[in-house]
Write a protein that binds this ligand. Structure first.
Ligand code: FES
Length: 147
């Protein structure tokens, strides 16, 4: 995919060059904000690259690396923590052979730790994409990932 020409099309759409909507559209287009896109936005808008990276790292909505087809999130809020979230996270790290925030080499899974997602009654909670799994135990994790 040609990051630069697509990024230019996005910049053209935002005539005022408001940078956050541009970055959001770039991420929607590529699934993350590639380095090439940041460099191009910087050269067109005259906004320093370090300032753009400052924005990208400040907002948790932005990703600087490609993410997997399946996003696995482990809730580590208080209720989930008390009911074994860390154990589930450890099990997922072992099973997927990645750390938090990483993506498997085959691009299938990205593993993330999240704060309370508002389903404390189901603690501990693990989500895979839009699917919410409650009362997750180590045994359930194998089934969830296989599915
Ligand atoms: S703490 Fe996990 S859903 Fe609230």
């Amino acid at each position: 995919m040609d990051f630069i020409s697509r990024t230019q099309e996005i910049l053209d759409k935002h005539s005022n060059n408001a940078v956050i909507p541009v970055l959001q559209d770039v991420q929607n287009e590529f699934g993350y904000v590639p380095e090439e896109a940041v460099a191009h936005i910087s050269s067109v808008t005259n906004i320093n690259k370090s300032r753009l990276y400052g924005i990208l790292t400040f907002y948790s909505q932005f990703y600087l690396k490609p993410r997997g087809k399946n996003i696995v999130k482990v809730c580590c809020g208080t209720a989930c923590h008390v009911k074994g979230a860390e154990k589930n996270l450890t099990k997922l790290k072992e099973l997927l052979k990645i750390k938090e925030g990483e993506t498997t080499a085959d691009g299938e899974f990205t593993l993330e730790r999240i704060a309370c997602m508002g389903a404390c009654g189901l603690a501990p909670v693990v989500t895979v994409n839009q699917e919410v799994h409650g009362n997750v135990t180590s045994d359930k994790i194998d089934k969830i990932i296989k599915k």
